[in-house]
Design a protein around this ligand. Structure first.
Ligand code: FAD
Length: 504
């Protein structure tokens, strides 16, 4: 007979960065004001990593589940809309492409639109680049924004978006949300993690000043430290530096030089790359670099030389090791956020991994018995997700023609994971892309980066030959026209923000 679970009495979240407050907000919403208490311990003295300002479209699902009002959230976090990422100097110096959110064109039954476009390039002259068949890419390029249409027949229904926001304001926003729903915040530094003698589970945490915090489930959101999952439980780390050699960053905000663009810019440099994240009140900038190929002074100078406005603070230096925790959930501890691993910020996936960790935790929510199968499944799914994202990021570095520095020579010629080799080979053959098991990045994402990095299929899908040349030309022409006229009618990104969601 099915029996009642032995529900948890107390959850302790350690850390009040983006991970800690996203977790607190979601758990406070979904556990309602039930019998499980939630306490979040954070230390202002230690502080947060303070970066992490670009997101990807699934953030809308998270905000939607919490019931957050979009315009209120945008105005309180100084956010802007993000329609994709512009990559400059990645495939080769002087080359630029956009990795947009949203799909290209419209499939014709089983035939992918981009396959049809590959054939069109053979039968016609001056065929526009694939971007011109993607409404998000074109809106980004023209600095436009309008909320997606709900009617699937409208071109604007294909627009997909995420946000750039101020990380500190986002954590503050979620803190208010969580505290309103009963989460207790404790200011304090954890000095010791106490394990139970019988099974090695975490029993309690000692705080500076003498207080002890007990709990049933402990969520480690302590950032790169991994105070519980590594410091106390020693679960180990899988280091991916050989594939993703960037291990340092220097960040500095600057004044906006004009209205904010609705996209992130990523510019490749000699030994890494630079981000440019436009917010309403300032521009976030940072240079991600590899200590194996350059030094701090050179990287900082490079960043400061490339700012578009007056710096608003001194440069901040950060260190990290790309990779993942060997176990994300161990005994009664779950690591969420940077404590679980870090894949470098290139495709803005870290906040998404927090969200994915929270949703898996809720789907596999434990009781006091902590059935091992639940942790095993959580670890299996999370490891797979880290690996899939890792491959996507490696592609940007590996598929390059750049040979102007030791760094680019290394990443261009390094051996890559077998899973990525298979994906690349499949694409190079006839442009096929398959999304494996809930993979975050789908067909359109891989396509834009493959083509953007100059990886082209040898042939198009033979299924396309079931359509006549006239049909192909007509379908593409109609889509192109519909997107162009839609873009012309959209307001500018700045006008949309001013009208609906400007910060006070
Ligand atoms: P942190 O922000 O470091 O928070 C750790 C918390 O733990 C703090 O509150 C701290 O006080 C607390 N703590 C630690 N030790 C103790 C202790 N002993 N006692 C009490 N409290 C303690 N992600 C994206 O999605 N998009 C991006 O564009 C992006 N860019 C990035 C750029 C860089 C250079 C880096 C390094 C990261 C970037 N990220 C990005 C990742 C993103 O910043 C993080 O995923 C996000 O901020 C979550 O961090 P966190 O909450 O896990 O850790």
């Amino acid at each position: 007979m099915t029996t009642a679970p032995s529900s948890l009495d107390k959850i302790v979240i350690v850390g009040g960065g983006t991970a800690g407050w996203m977790t607190a907000a979601a758990l406070s919403k979904f556990l309602r004001a039930g019998k499980t208490n939630i306490e979040l311990v954070e230390s202002e003295e230690i502080g947060t990593v303070g970066v992490g300002e670009a997101t990807i479209p699934p953030i809308n699902t998270f905000n939607g589940l919490l019931g957050i009002d979009e315009n209120d959230f945008i105005s309180k976090t100084q956010a802007t809309f993000k329609l994709g990422i512009e990559f400059t100097n990645w495939a080769k110096k002087g080359h630029t492409y956009i990795h947009p959110f949203g799909d290209y064109g419209q499939d014709v039954e089983a035939i992918k639109f981009y396959q049809l476009w590959l054939k069109l390039r053979q039968i016609s002259q001056n065929v526009p680049y694939i971007d011109e068949f993607c409404v998000s890419a074109m809106a980004a390029r023209h600095g436009k924004y309008l909320a997606p249409a709900r009617d699937p027949r409208q071109v604007l229904s294909a627009l997909a978006y995420a946000f750039h926001f101020d990380a500190t304001l986002y954590a503050r926003y979620l803190r208010q949300f969580a505290e309103d729903r009963g989460v207790i915040r404790t200011e304090g530094k954890v000095t010791k993690v106490n394990l139970r003698g019988e099974d090695g589970f975490i029993a309690s945490l000692d705080l500076e000043g003498g207080r002890t915090v007990e709990g049933d489930l402990f969520i480690d959101c302590t950032g790169f430290r991994g105070l519980l999952i590594e410091g106390a439980l020693e679960t180990g780390y899988e280091d991916w530096t050989h594939w993703l050699p960037c291990d340092r960053a220097v960040a500095v905000p600057c004044e906006n030089a004009g209205p904010p663009d609705p996209f992130t810019r990523s510019t490749a440099h000699e030994a890494g790359w630079q981000w440019r994240i436009p917010l309403q009140h300032r521009m976030g900038n940072g240079h991600v670099w590899s200590s194996g190929f350059t030094d701090e002074e050179t990287a900082t100078t490079r960043l400061m030389q490339n700012l578009e406005g007056k710096p608003l603070a001194d440069p901040r230096h950060l260190r990290f090791t790309t990779g993942r925790r060997r176990k994300f959930w161990y005994k009664n501890c779950v690591a969420i956020g940077l404590s679980a691993g870090f894949l470098e910020p290139l495709e803005s996936t870290s906040i998404h991994l927090i969200q994915a960790g929270i949703s898996k935790l809720i789907a596999l929510f434990p009781d006091k018995d902590f059935a091992p199968i639940e942790a095993e499944e959580y670890n299996r799914l999370t490891a797979m997700q880290f690996e899939q994202i890792r491959d996507f990021i490696i592609l940007h570095y590996h598929a390059t023609e750049r040979d102007d520095s030791e760094f680019w020579n290394y990443v261009r010629t390094m051996s890559i994971p077998e899973s990525l080799t298979r994906k690349m080979d499949l694409f190079k053959s006839k442009g096929r892309i398959f999304r494996f098991e809930d993979e975050l990045f789908g067909e359109a994402n891989w396509l834009s980066v493959f083509l953007g990095q100059n990886v082209w299929p040898r042939a198009y899908d033979p299924m396309v030959d079931t359509l006549s040349d006239e049909q192909i030309t007509q379908i593409a022409g109609q889509i192109h026209h519909a997107i162009r006229t839609t873009i012309e009618k959209m307001p500018s990104h700045q006008d949309y923000i001013t009208r609906f969601c400007a910060a006070p």
